[in-house]
Design a protein around this ligand. Structure first.
Ligand SMILES: [Zn+2]
Length: 309
């Protein structure tokens, strides 16, 4: 409480001194574009936000740039997806930033998976057996829009903690975001409801939460395990499973080679569908709502095309 009073007093002093609100915006860095989109929804003009990864990059394997260290050095808040999504590239950058505010466990570090609904949780001991990149459960949880609401609540609480004078603004913007999201989720679910239980193949295990939210049934993956490239035997198994179940759709993230998916499609009469798992993966998926608008529309078109065959 005492700390809040001091912060409030400092804020009041800043106003007296004529500091411009823009100059006081909280500097936020996120690992992914999806988190950045949600920070923007909640923070509005009270924050400036930069995502390290672009929406068209594989978030497991982002090429570290020197500019990332500079961004992290200046950050007041770092928001990560967690569940080991960024373990291959982020930890050394956070160390090199020499910014004590954003080290794991510090006040300016937020793991957005806390409070989110996580699927594919391991039943036994956590291992990275055979290179599996999802040892702590599925880290692509932002693809359930209801998790988007949970992420927004975590972000609003953290922004309020770091910037108490604007706490009411963050709360109001977060509630408004959830109101709009609830309406949009109803619309997306209604659009896909006629195809409940539709069986699909996906390249990576990115769509577990999306499938759960919208009633798709993912019966197999082009990758033998998350993060492991396709093998001839596994590809044959996928082709046989698709033929047995008459599955027509193969969902592929934009950063994977289309050679194996195309070969599977030509062997099964199926269709390859490049869907974006992240905001900015394609220009049309410009914010968190447009991401789902884009993917749902793409899926509906493909369902109608393959059913027409
Ligand atoms: Zn993954």
């Amino acid at each position: 409480m005492k700390r809040l009073t001091v912060l409030a007093a400092l804020a009041a002093a800043a106003c007296v001194l004529g500091a411009r609100p823009a100059a006081a915006a909280l500097t936020v860095v996120t690992t992914t574009s999806d988190l950045a989109a949600i920070v923007t929804e909640v923070g509005g003009d009270k924050v400036t936000v930069t995502s390290l990864a672009k929406g068209y990059q594989d978030p497991h394997f982002v090429e570290a740039k020197p500019s990332f260290v500079l961004l992290l050095n200046k950050a007041q808040l770092l928001v990560v997806v967690g569940k080991e999504l960024e373990i291959g590239w982020l930890p050394p950058l956070v160390t090199q930033s020499r910014n004590p505010r954003i080290q794991p466990g510090a006040e300016g570090y937020l793991d957005a998976s806390q409070g989110a609904r996580i699927l594919d949780l391991p039943s036994g001991a956590v291992t990275r057996a055979m290179g599996d990149v999802h040892p702590e459960g599925n880290p692509h949880y932002w693809l359930d829009p209801e998790n988007g609401g949970r992420i927004a609540r975590s972000i609003a609480a953290k922004l309020a903690q770091l910037d108490a004078p604007n706490a009411a603004t963050y709360k109001q913007r977060e509630e408004d975001f959830e109101r709009r999201l609830t309406a949009a989720v109803q619309r997306w679910k209604a659009q896909l409801a006629p195809y409940k239980g539709l069986e699909v193949i996906t390249y990576h295990r990115s769509w577990t939460n999306f499938a759960d939210a919208f009633g798709l049934n993912v019966i197999g993956f082009v990758e033998p395990k998350p993060g492991i490239p396709p093998t001839p035997q596994h590809t044959l198994d996928v082709i046989n499973a698709m033929k047995a179940e008459k599955v027509k759709l193969i969902l592929v993230e934009p950063y994977f080679d289309l050679k194996t998916p195309n070969s599977i499609a030509s062997n099964t009469g199926g269709k390859v569908l490049v869907m974006t798992p992240s905001v900015g993966g394609v220009p049309a998926a410009g914010d968190y709502f447009k991401l789902f608008d884009y993917d749902v529309a793409l899926l509906l078109t493909a369902i109608k095309e393959t059913a027409a065959k």
